[in-house]
Design a protein around this ligand. Structure first.
Ligand code: SF4
Ligand code: SF4
Length: 418
């Protein structure tokens, strides 16, 4: 920690009391967040991106699992979990996301030269906007990497093989990012951001806020350093403002001023006005309970998925009676392997007489992420007295992992002549 303190002090991000400023802590969190967002598409688990939605195959790769379109109910459960988590975190910690983790805030903080460019000469302005353009190109590419693997994107780009669709998205996203980081900046938070608009309904009187200590208001020397340093240009001394993004710049600004008078800063984090809020409260329990419930539900759905599915389709051979009096039915099994590993599926039947036989005696091999169709013929000898349709079950089980097993019901049709 002392090394960290030394480094932040050198950068002017530590107070004389061996305390790192909020700014220094935010830099650490923001660098980790940026590294995570930029680095995640490069991380490969079981040969696939750690997190990527593959548009051509409509499959979502999530940390070693591949979810197919038909399994998107798992994504829905996870989305409900994340929505509840956002409500929970906002209820307890207010706009902590906005000030510390939001990519918009992080990238605005990483491009401070844009704000300075307004008062500088033309050379500085050109350099600042050129750098912002480069940052925008990188950010736009990193967004695309969550859909097109960087291991395809970068070689295709270097070899001039990037598709026109990918180029189109890259150019449009770069323009949007450039306009955002060059001109909109923190105005985004106060005007467009949908999360910011929902803050009001998620706050209550106990939520963590940034405010001026109501007990020490009279100590304010009216230097307005807190106002000058506020990125959204509000005066926190006038009370909670919906535009405040909890960035804590005003805390650092006031601390710096008050340190000269050997006093603590007047602005601080506080649970509720004047620190009278309670962290443990009824709505926290209710929202927290639902959040945990959906976390476990999503995890259960994820771990309970077999990863193999099949559909029983009709074969164009009609059910028939063979020379020895047996009944023969034909089916086509359409099988999907949604796992990231190969499977060898054995076919077993249940519900017909014990002498019933079927044509697929060897395991059916399916590579990871592949689909296949194969015919299945079922012959039953004991058909005396039976008429019409008899229900039975077809089960596919991986010969190397019996947990991968899936069963479907099918109809065994006995022709009228029997
Ligand atoms: S920085 Fe502190 S002392 Fe200066 S105006 Fe703001 S609250 Fe008052
Ligand atoms: S009031 Fe303080 S915490 Fe809120 S946005 Fe301004 S500087 Fe950041």
């Amino acid at each position: 920690m002392s090394l960290l303190f030394y480094a932040t002090k050198k950068l002017g991000m530590a107070t004389d009391k061996r305390h790192m400023t909020m700014r220094a802590w935010r830099w650490i969190v923001e660098i980790l967040q940026a590294a995570l967002i930029l680095g995640l598409p490069f991380l490969r688990i079981k040969g696939e991106s750690a997190l990527r939605f593959d548009i051509p195959s409509l499959r979502l790769h999530v940390f070693g699992c591949t979810l197919w379109m038909q399994e998107f109910f798992i994504v829905l459960a996870a989305t409900i979990f994340f929505t509840l988590l956002i409500v929970f975190v906002t209820l307890v910690f207010g706009r902590i996301w906005c000030g510390w983790l939001c990519p918009q805030t992080v990238l605005v903080d990483f491009t401070p030269f844009v704000d300075k460019a307004r008062e500088k000469g033309i050379a500085y302005k050109i350099t600042a906007y050129a750098l912002t353009f480069l940052v925008s190109i990188l950010v736009a590419a990193s967004l695309i990497w969550y859909f097109v693997s960087p291991y395809e994107f970068i070689p295709d780009f270097l070899n001039g093989n990037l598709s026109s669709v990918t180029w189109g998205f890259w150019i449009v996203l770069t323009i949007v990012m450039l306009l955002n980081y060059a001109f909109l900046r923190h105005k985004w938070c106060a005007t467009i951001c949908p999360y910011a608009k929902l803050q009001g309904v998620m706050f209550d009187k106990d939520t963590l806020i940034i405010e001026m200590d109501p007990q020490r208001e009279q100590e304010c020397i009216e230097c307005k350093s807190c106002v000058r340093n506020c990125p959204v240009e509000i005066d926190i001394r006038k009370g909670l403002n919906a535009a405040c993004i909890n960035c804590a710049e005003c805390i650092d600004a006031c601390s710096k001023i008050m340190t000269k008078f050997n006093k603590e800063g007047l602005i601080h984090y506080s649970y509720g006005h004047g620190g009278e809020g309670r962290i443990i409260r009824q709505n926290i329990f209710i929202v927290g309970a639902f959040t945990v419930l959906f976390l476990f539900f999503s995890a259960y759905l994820m771990f309970a998925r077999t990863g193999v599915d099949f559909t029983v389709l009709p074969h164009n051979m009609e059910p028939r009676i063979t020379k020895d009096g047996s009944v023969l039915n034909g089916y086509v099994l359409s099988v999907k392997n949604m796992l990231n590993n190969q499977v060898d599926l054995q076919v077993t039947l249940e519900g017909l007489d014990k002498d019933a036989i079927q044509s697929v005696t060897e395991p059916v091999h399916l590579d990871a992420g592949k689909m296949d169709k194969f015919p299945l013929f079922v012959r039953s000898k004991k058909t005396e007295g039976l008429k019409g349709i008899k229900k039975f079950k077809i089960t596919l089980t991986d010969k190397n992992n019996k947990d991968i097993s899936v069963t479907q019901e099918a109809n065994f049709t006995i022709p009228d002549e029997v």
